[in-house]
Structure formats: C-alpha cells, structure tokens
Design a protein around this ligand. Structure first.
Ligand code: ACK
Length: 303
C-alpha cells in the first residue's frame, strides 16, 4: 500500500553528528536556499545521502509543539512526497533531514536547456499526474488535512526516474498558529503561484493549493515548447501572475508559447484542467480528487 505511513516514529538525530555529516553546514555543501532556509547536502554514517533543511526557529515556539508537528509531517508517506528521515531540535537549531533526490527541483529542470530536453510530453504528463496525486494525498487521503500553501516548481523535486515528489509540505504549519483552513495576516508564499483570495485577504484553503497546481501545470506545459520563456519572462510570470491569468490574457500567453504548433490532445487536456484550477472563484475550482479523476480517465482512454 503506497499510501501507508512510512515512518511510524521519526528518528531524532544528534546535532554534532549532523554537523559532521554536512561539514558544519559549509557553503561547499549547500544545495541552495529553500523557502524556509538553507538546504545542505550530507551523508549519514550508513552511507545514505540526505538533504538537511535548516529552519529558522522562533524563540516563542514551544519545543513540544514543534516536535509533535514534525512527527505529524513524518507520518505522511506517499511516493509523491519527499520523505522525512529524521529531525534534530537542539538548542536554537531545527533541522529536518530528508531523502536526497539527485535530480533536484523541477524548476531547475525547466530552466535548464539541456535538462529540459529530457522532459518529453509523456514525462511531463507523468510529472503532472504525480504532483496531483501527492497533493490529493495531502488534502484528503492522509488522515490529516494538509494545505501546502507554497506549492511551486522549486518545491517539486525529481527522483532518479524523474518521478515528482512534493517537498516542504507541512512546514507552513510549523510557523502558524491557525493550522487549518483560515486566515493569516502574514501572507507568505510565492506571488506568482498565489491565488487572489490569499494574496489579497490572506484566506487559504485546499483550493489555494489547487490554484498553485494550475499555475505549475501551465509552466510544465509551456516550458516544453517555448525554450527561453522561463528565463526571459520569469519576472512576468512570477510577478503579477494571477492578475495576468485571471484577465484572460493567459490565452494570449498560451498562444504565444504554443504558436501554431500541432498541439497533442493531452496537452490541450492539461491546459483545460489548469484553467479550471486557476479560476478566481474558489468554488469553481475543482478539488484535487476531480483533477486526479480527469487526468487518469485520460490515461485510461490511451490504453
Ligand atoms: O534545484 P535544486 O538543486 O533542488 O536546488 C534546490 C535547493 O535545494 C533549495 O531548495 C535543493 N533541494 C531541496 N531539497 C532537496 C532534496 N531532498 N534532495 C535534493 N535536493 C534538494 C533544490
């Protein structure tokens, strides 16, 4: 059962050992800067490669509460989620140890001319479907209702077979008092992927993730055929995206990106799903479970 929890109990790791594994969090070992802080590459004593996320810890956060939140994240196990292997909460440090995914982020793939060539249409479809399944699991299938709140291509990592895995899920909860559907005054996240109700009113729900998913699908679809789009237009796309999308100019954008190329029906299908997801009215957006049904009914037709 791929949806069964993997980690029943999360190993607590020792700070000195983690420092050694990451060479004291040296810049040479730094993979990059994630939404919640720097990410380092390390190697555990048993030889496993890991990614260590170093989160800023706020002094007001109670240790017990953090522990139980992290335990909850660790209980989430799905093939489309990056697996949490352990954590360390010592002194001011809050370190989360994840499986290492050698292919890095989807963002890195779409932005790299050479890597992007490895993403043929079938591969892209598989990535879209995998993200949808991971998100559905977070929203509904796990016993907890997790809203990601910062879903974007740099938070989607690819394994050696280019299967997508969502990362940073549950982290928004570590920094928020209101934990479920609700309002927040500190709007955090990435503007281009943010739905209007969140950007303007700070309201979030599973439908906020649905919106971000729609933007990701458009990026995956367009990345393929438009070469330098991500480089030359990234400010445009990330900056005022939702205004852009909701005014209907996304049709123009799609037209510019896809041109008169022959467009496969699966591509049209994905664009259609994406447009449903980025509607302004949250009630009009589909749930992730209908998205998964729409995507898989297509796969069945193919067979
Ligand atoms: O595209 P990247 O190489 O993949 O650069 C970013 C960077 O850290 C900041 O998020 C990389 N990264 C994050 N988590 C992991 C992981 N579990 N395995 C491999 N790379 C990771 C991400």
């Amino acid at each position: 059962n791929i949806d069964a929890p993997i980690n029943e109990k999360l190993p607590l790791m020792n700070l000195a050992a983690l420092k050694a594994a990451t060479r004291n969090f040296s810049t040479a070992n730094k993979l990059g800067e994630g939404g919640f802080g720097p990410v380092y590459k390390g190697k555990l004593l048993d030889g496993r490669e890991v990614a260590v996320k170093r989160l800023a810890r706020n002094s007001k956060q109670g240790l017990e509460e953090l522990r139980s939140e992290v335990q909850l994240i660790a209980k989430l196990g799905h093939r489309n989620l990056v697996r949490l292997l352990g954590c360390c909460l010592e002194g001011k440090e809050m370190l989360l140890v994840y499986e290492y995914l050698p292919n890095g982020s989807l963002d890195g793939f779409l932005n790299d001319n050479v890597k992007r060539k490895r993403l043929d249409w079938k591969q892209r479809y598989k990535i879209i479907e995998g993200i949808a399944r991971g998100l559905l699991y977070l929203h509904q299938e796990s016993q907890y209702r997790i809203i990601h709140r910062d879903l974007k291509t740099s938070n989607i990592l690819l394994d050696e077979d280019l299967n997508p895995k969502i990362s940073d899920f549950g982290l928004a909860r570590l920094f928020e008092e209101s934990q479920y559907v609700g309002n927040t005054r500190n709007v955090a996240g990435t503007y281009g992927y943010m739905p209007p109700e969140y950007a303007i009113h700070g309201r979030f729900s599973t439908k906020s993730d649905v919106f971000s998913f729609g933007v990701i699908v458009l990026e995956i679809v367009m990345g393929r055929s438009i070469g330098s789009f991500h480089n030359s237009d990234s400010n445009n796309l990330q900056g005022h995206a939702w205004r852009h999308w909701t005014r209907g100019s996304y049709f123009e954008l799609l037209d510019r990106c896809l041109g008169n190329r022959y467009i496969e029906s699966e591509v049209v299908r994905c664009i259609h799903i994406a447009l449903l997801c980025i509607q302004e009215d949250t009630d009009q957006r589909p749930t992730m479970s209908s998205v998964v049904v729409m995507l898989s009914s297509y796969t069945m037709n193919l067979a």
